[in-house]
Design a protein around this ligand. Structure first.
Ligand code: URP
Ligand code: ZN
Ligand code: ZN
Length: 458
């Protein structure tokens, strides 16, 4: 089977050029001007960008959290991702207390059976002991090459510094990457309890009890420990100037310090958390949304390279039946926002406004995530030999984001009513069309697990 994509503007992290793309079976076979090839199918991409399928390295499908489960499973979540131009998600398998990493991982492989796009897995480590440290090495050999640790949520996910340091040493030996949820959970928990005792129960207090300074402090600690352990470290869902300053400071010292931010920290703010009538609950995530001044700093961090990736931290909970579990206490609102479908388009808005180059857009949403998380040279760019995960993106179509027609299995959108430019019109995975003109052609179970290689600097 040969597919020829003609007349488009091919964008990779290194160039933007007019070219045709030939796909043979599951792979990209050639990129050249005016390819003269007999194909089974030709797609006209005139006036479209032809970009690599997006890679979202931070999703939570079917994650148990706060007495509930994220409302997207691998089936609905990967389908929504593909509608938004993302063809590979890396989700987080979870170790339960008292169990081995293997048990948690097997549960995630089971959940992953429903995937409609390709996917990888990180492993959340909740307990560190000799057995777990050995298992970390085994998992690296099986393509689970990154481990998420928490400095927040005491009694639920949080590890102490000794446990974190041991895991970092192990990662340094095996070539794995430590991903950190960096918020100092101790003081935050004290503030949460004090506010609740004073009757301050509204969603906005979720933000006010998790100050940016406690994120900055934790990020600083991460890189001091990582430096001592000789391990690279990566901050997930970085939300504030304070945290970015700590990343910059570590990078200036020569530490292998990396970080992602997420669309919610670039577009939303604590004003959303303060919306009346419990609407703020829709915006409860951790770290919390910050005041607007932080947004410009994060955009600068993306443009200048101190932030290397935009991921979503997609963790959807319905407003009715899930978020409303916290009607009487913000501490009972399940943490997380939906956005796996919106990421590629939201970041594209900065290309449209001339503030980001097309290549940097592709680098942030596809190439860097693929490189840093060991999916390269299979995913992350359009080049001969790579998987034909390709998005034909129409930059000139305007639309309004709404829960009415999004594909995520959640009853609201954080971006409801926002006008955006750009539609991922045709989305292809390994040469097969998943999305064409708003129609779905994928199948549950059609996605495959992709083992990942060890961490590489982008
Ligand atoms: O609020 C969030 N971020 N929920 C998902 C779990 C996590 O910490 O990433
Ligand atoms: Zn987290
Ligand atoms: Zn997360």
């Amino acid at each position: 089977m040969k597919t020829l994509i003609t007349g488009g503007t091919v964008v990779t992290a290194s160039e933007t050029l007019q070219a045709d793309v030939l796909v043979e079976e599951e792979k990209v076979a050639a990129i050249a001007l005016n390819l003269d090839v007999q194909a089974d199918r030709t797609i006209d991409a005139t006036d479209r960008y032809v970009i690599p399928g997006g890679v979202d390295v931070h999703t939570h499908f079917d994650l148990p959290f706060g007495g509930s489960f994220c409302s997207d499973d691998f089936g609905t979540g990967t389908r929504a991702a593909a509608f938004g131009g993302t063809t590979t998600c890396v989700d987080f398998a979870l170790q339960d207390y008292g169990e081995s990493l293997r048990q948690g991982l097997d549960r995630w492989f089971e959940k992953g059976q429903k995937a409609q796009t390709d996917f990888g897995l990180h492993m959340i480590v909740r307990e560190v002991n000799d057995q777990v440290l050995k298992e970390m090495d085994q998992l690296v050999g099986e393509g689970i090459t990154s481990f998420k640790l928490f400095m927040a949520y005491p009694g639920v996910f949080m590890l102490d510094d000794a446990a974190i340091f041991k895991a970092m040493q192990r990662a340094a030996d095996s070539g794995a990457l430590i991903m950190m949820h960096a918020e100092n959970g101790g003081p935050i928990d004290v503030l949460v309890q004090q506010h609740l005792a004073e009757g301050k129960t509204d969603p906005v207090y979720h933000g006010l009890t998790r100050p940016a300074a406690m994120e900055g402090e934790a990020v600083h600690r991460v890189f001091k420990m990582a430096e001592l352990a000789g391990a690279p470290a990566y901050i997930v869902h970085l939300s504030s100037r304070d945290a970015l300053d700590a990343v910059q400071e570590a990078r200036d010292r020569g530490v292998a310090a990396f970080a992602e931010t997420c669309p919610q920290y670039l577009y939303l703010s604590i004003d959303d958390l303060a919306r009346p009538d419990f609407e703020g609950a829709k915006f409860v995530c951790s770290p919390p949304l910050r005041s607007k001044e932080h947004q410009d700093e994060l955009w600068k961090g993306l443009a200048q390279g101190d932030l290397q990736i935009v991921a979503t931290d997609h963790a959807p909970f319905n407003f009715k039946g899930q978020k409303d579990m916290g009607k009487d206490s913000f501490a009972d609102i399940p943490n997380g926002l939906p956005s796996v479908e919106d990421r590629v388009t939201l970041i594209f808005q900065r290309v449209r406004s001339g503030q980001l180059s097309p290549s940097r857009w592709v680098e942030l949403v596809a190439t860097n995530p693929a490189k840093m998380f060991g999916l390269y040279p299979r995913k992350g760019t359009i080049a001969p030999g790579f998987d034909a995960d390709i998005v034909i993106f129409d930059p000139n179509r305007e639309r309004v984001i709404s829960a009415e027609d999004h594909h995520m299995n959640v009853d609201y959108s954080c971006y409801e009513g926002m006008t955006v430019w750009g539609v991922p019109e045709t989305v292809m995975q390994r040469g097969n069309v998943l999305v064409e003109n708003d129609q779905w052609f994928g199948t549950e179970g059609g996605g495959t697990f992709v083992p990942r290689s060890r961490f590489q600097e982008p």
